[in-house]
Design a protein around this ligand. Sequence first.
Ligand code: IPE
Ligand code: IPE
Ligand code: MG
Length: 247
Amino acid sequence: MKSDASENAGLDPSKLPAHVAVIMDGNGRWAKKRMLNRVKGHERGADTVRLVVRTSREIGIRYLTLYAFSTENWQRPEAEISALMTLLKRFLASEKQEMVENNIRLNTIGETDRLPADVRKALAQSKEATGANDGMCLTLALSYGGRAEIARAAREIAEAVKEGRMDPQEVTPQRLAEYMYTAQVPDPELLIRTSGEFRVSNFLLWQIAYTEIFVTPTLWPEFTRDEYIEILRDFGKRERRFGRIMS
Ligand code: IPE
Ligand code: IPE
Ligand code: MG
């Protein structure tokens, strides 16, 4: 699976976002509609993750960031958290070879030290196996919260100032960005949220200052390749002004 013009579904490569971020929402509602356990929704959601990763790589997206588990999600019932962790491990095991073969590098953002030891181990193994890949960077946001990320950056900067390694005058947006988990990743140009909720739920607060947001009513387990491609096509038509006036 390589990305070249013939495989990118007729999309203009010059109008593609380099970085797509996704708030994958609606697994529970998908299950509820079918009188199923929420975990069934997460299982189907994991299939959609595979589909979106594969499609992104085919089309030539350079960075894909998926909101898989938020700092707030720790407040869900223990059984659901544990099912999500099991699914994550299963995903990592089943996708490792494909990531290696398709030149995808795995990255994570968030307080990953809060994750169970077996999940941390699986993550470390997949990161190690894919570390040299440069076709696409897949970032999983795990135990991630935008406010916690900004607080962490502020803490590190405060330490640097206290120890005399940094002058307060140096604290500019550019320098602050270097203290985010995403220091090595460009800001997303496109943020997709499924399940029709018009909120950002503490995702990439710093990074989405000028991101184009696309909300679809589709529940995550029902999100398709065709809908993804339509959103990418729509993105290509949007005029991004960044506060300026376009003639
Ligand atoms: C998104 O689906 C997956 C995670 C947050 C882990 P939800 O579990 O939030 O599904 P809804 O919002 O209850 O439908
Ligand atoms: C956002 O979905 C978090 C993830 C997709 C991991 P939530 O379902 O947790 O967010 P809210 O509760 O709708 O804000
Ligand atoms: Mg939700």
